[in-house]
Design a protein around this ligand. Structure first.
Ligand code: GLV
Ligand code: MN
Length: 215
């Protein structure tokens, strides 16, 4: 038994990469061929001889995101779809803009941990641990502060100031994914039946139907 455990420990120590989120690259780069017809985990590589500096560049974060929406925030992602040079590199980022009192609503990233930095404003942030504790861990962040949202846990940020706020996130996958709880539960296509949600949320069909209409 001790030997089995010893071998396991050795494996974990010798191959720490096996604990990473995205697979490690086997070459300098593999710029995503976004139109590739071969379906693999990630994207196939563009011919390296045809790769240009622009494949490693994204200029779309210069402008504030459009926060005119019911929650008053906008997440502008720089995932592999926007920056093909990220393919196989296991990292991505996002710019998040907030109106005064704007909310980036409860969501999780199915494939990434998020390291969040406040560039402007004061933000209340939080995440909830898994069952059965469902512990709510929360903090108020000021400019320059950094907070980590552990992989796959539900989290949010809210601007608690009367001026706009700005943050950037780094995420530990080229394709972190975003599952926004309200949209997934009340805005699925097709709908999850009202009676299922009424029972799950210990609520009434009327309330669930109102929420279905909103999402
Ligand atoms: C983006 O997903 C964020 O939570 O900032
Ligand atoms: Mn997030």
């Amino acid at each position: 038994m001790a030997r089995v455990f010893g071998s396991f420990l050795l494996l974990v120590l010798v191959f720490p990469a096996t604990m990473a989120t995205d697979p490690s690259p086997l070459q300098d780069f593999c710029v995503a061929d976004l139109n590739g017809q071969v379906l693999v985990n990630g994207f196939t590589c563009k011919n390296p001889n045809l790769v240009q500096a622009d494949d490693f560049y994204f200029g779309g974060l210069r402008m504030k995101g459009n926060t005119s929406n019911p929650v008053g925030s906008k997440v502008s992602t720089v995932f592999v779809e926007q920056l093909p040079g990220l393919n196989t590199l296991g990292i991505a980022m996002a710019r998040v803009d907030y109106e005064p009192w704007g909310l980036n609503p409860p969501h999780f990233h199915p494939r990434a941990t998020e390291l969040f930095t406040v560039l402007k404003g004061t933000l209340e942030v939080g995440f909830v641990t898994s069952n059965p504790e469902n512990r709510f861990i929360t903090k108020v962040l000021q400019e320059g502060d950094v907070f980590v949202f552990p992989m796959r846990l539900v989290h949010f940020q809210r601007n608690i100031g009367n001026t706009s706020a700005l943050a950037v996130s780094t995420l530990s996958s080229q394709n972190p994914g975003i599952v926004t709880i309200a949209n997934a539960v009340f805005g699925s296509k097709p709908d999850i039946s009202t009676d299922i949600l009424a029972k799950a949320f210990q609520s009434t069909n009327d309330i669930i139907e109102t929420l279905h209409l909103k999402f």
